[in-house]
Write a protein that binds this ligand. Structure first.
Ligand code: HEM
Ligand SMILES: *[C@@H]1O[C@H](CO)[C@@H](O)[C@H](O)[C@H]1NC(C)=O
Ligand SMILES: *[C@@H]1O[C@H](CO)[C@@H](O)[C@H](O)[C@H]1NC(C)=O
Ligand SMILES: *[C@@H]1O[C@H](CO)[C@@H](O)[C@H](O)[C@H]1NC(C)=O
Length: 473
């Protein structure tokens, strides 16, 4: 998802024509949010890219919020854009999805995603498919069906760790295997690894800038997408036959086959590809960054270990985690929230105004792009004390912070709320459980956070691991 957003940013350079439009006299009469449109065509794009190459997480927005306030106008990647760094405005944007705002992706992205993906759907079809996706990964489904495989597959992956691992790579492998299992009940093996290799090429296509149609990476990505789609179509066909014979499985594919919409194979495949894309970078990055922040905050790591050793002490070595175990990890949930808050894998979301929109005394002209920045809110010192420090204890119920729902929005909100929000939390928690109870580690090299084009660490976070002696009681 993060790369979708950045990609959206970047490909828009091409559509610089619209720059000319906002100079029209109509727009001069409207009261735009204050700001600076920068140079013709490039606007402030270069400042933005340069800013995010530093280690400071939010320099571009910080500087403009100081100068203009928390809603401002800029011009990036070929279009004038209104930025919001304010929780109420962000909420307004999210809640009015489909009414006043809609998301829009460039054609090169749609080709990679497939036109029947949830991310591109609109209107009543989106509403229906969004709720189907939500119910595929809701807490009772995770509890009754998904948790057992999450536990098993994470364990299996950790079994093979020795000496040095690149945490980001391992986390990606885990995430991919989990998603394939959840979507279509396939266990990892040669098949899933070769699918993943093709899939990685597809992902690269999302980053090709700025002229995708002329780029070999993009063409390779489109080819790989065809291969991925073929592999998935085979499964869909097989499963459709099984379904017609009355066989029942418990996964997303079953829900799509059983729906009364009679989706075509192509529709189902597009839908599945988009789910694979949406959960992949996000969940694996959050796993990696949680470990990074914990490693840099030894007191938090010690407290987390204690919590998980307490859970392990009551179970045998090979016993799987239960839902009740997940529900008795209060400190882990603080770590999860704090990681989401500080890391901001999805820094915010782009929308397009469907009509002239009046907000806080300003007008956002119809057709303009807006960016609701979650990161700016999550890192705002007025919202969170010492906002730029990783401090999981701030989430403890006795710490006195009360954080209204619309201030902390790592998973977005409104009609496009992330359907994987609970799943990602559970996967991260189970991963941390097995990691801290089975290993100790230290970073193998210094590795820095970078924020552009996506939030990640520069070197895939290499660590040296040692197996721990697991007798805790
Ligand atoms: C830490 C992990 C994750 C983060 C931070 C995250 C964040 C987000 C955010 C902010 C959005 C809203 C985008 C928008 O409003 O335009 C979103 C949408 C979405 N997410 Fe996630 N996500 C995560 C994991 C997952 C997982 C594991 C899945 C798999 C089920 C998933 C599936 C989706 C889908 C399908 C959408 C599109 C929803 C729609 O457009 O209706 N995400 N995610
Ligand atoms: C979760 O979704 C299932 C259908 O997939 C539904 O029967 C159940 O009521 C939902 N549970 C919650 C807690 O929303
Ligand atoms: C973490 O954030 C969610 C909102 O996304 C909130 O509902 C939950 O209470 C928070 N957990 C803790 C431990 O504060
Ligand atoms: C693990 O620790 C226990 C108790 O501290 C000890 O009895 C046992 O021999 C240790 N096992 C290994 C493999 O070091």
């Amino acid at each position: 998802m993060a790369f979708l957003l950045h990609y959206l940013f970047i490909t828009a350079i091409i559509s610089a024509v619209s720059f000319l439009l906002h100079r029209s006299s109509r727009h001069r009469r409207l009261r735009l949010p204050p700001g600076n449109l920068g140079l013709p065509l490039v606007g402030e794009t270069l400042q933005l890219i340069a800013a995010y190459k530093t280690e400071n997480p939010e320099p571009f927005i910080d500087e403009r919020v100081r100068r203009y306030g928390s809603i401002f106008t800029t011009h990036v990647f070929g279009e004038p854009t209104v930025f919001s760094a304010e929780p109420e405005t962000n909420r307004f944007i999210l809640q009015n999805e489909g009414k006043l705002f809609e998301c829009s992706y460039p054609g090169s992205i749609s080709n990679l995603l497939g036109k029947h993906s949830l991310l591109l759907m609109k209107g009543s079809l989106h509403k229906k498919m969004h709720s189907l996706t939500m119910s595929f990964a809701n807490s009772s489904i995770i509890k009754d069906h998904l948790l057992v495989d999450i536990d098993r597959l994470i364990r299996l992956n950790l079994d093979s760790w020795t000496d040095r691992v690149f945490l980001m790579e391992e986390a990606k492998k885990i995430t991919f295997e989990l998603t394939v299992k959840q979507l279509m009940s396939y266990d990892p093996g040669e098949w899933s690894e070769s699918l993943r290799k093709e899939y990685l090429l597809v992902i690269e296509g999302f980053f090709t800038v700025p002229l995708p149609l002329f780029s070999t990476t993009y063409r390779r990505a489109i080819k790989a997408r065809t291969k991925v789609a073929e592999a998935l179509s085979l499964i869909v066909r097989e499963r459709r036959k099984e379904y017609e014979r009355g066989a029942k499985k418990n996964d997303m594919l079953a829900a799509l086959l059983a729906g009364d919409d009679k989706f075509s194979d192509e529709q189902i495949v597009d839908f599945l590809v988009a789910l694979l894309v949406a959960g992949y970078e996000t969940t694996s990055t959050i796993m990696t960054l949680a470990v990074k922040f914990l490693t840099e905050t030894p007191l938090a790591l010690a407290q987390l270990k204690e919590e998980h050793e307490g859970i392990r002490a009551k179970k045998s070595e090979s016993e799987a985690l239960q839902w009740s175990d997940y529900k008795s990890m209060p400190f882990t949930q603080c770590v999860v929230n704090e990681t989401l808050r500080v890391a901001n894998i999805i820094s915010g979301v782009f929308r397009r105004a469907m009509t002239d929109i009046n907000i806080k005394g300003y007008t956002i002209p119809k057709g303009w792009r807006v960016f609701a920045s979650f990161r700016a809110v999550h890192l705002d010192h007025n919202q969170f004390k010492d906002a730029r420090t990783f401090n999981p204890w701030r989430w403890q119920s006795n710490s006195g912070i009360s954080c209204p729902g619309h201030v902390f929005t790592p998973f977005g909100g409104g009609p496009r709320l992330c359907p994987g929000y609970e799943l990602a939390r559970v996967e991260l928690s189970v991963f941390l459980h097995h990691l801290v109870t089975r290993f100790s580690w230290e970073p193998a090299e210094e590795d820095k956070l970078v924020f552009f084009p996506t939030t990640r660490t520069q070197k895939r976070y290499p660590i040296n691991v040692r197996r721990r002696n697991r007798s805790f009681s």
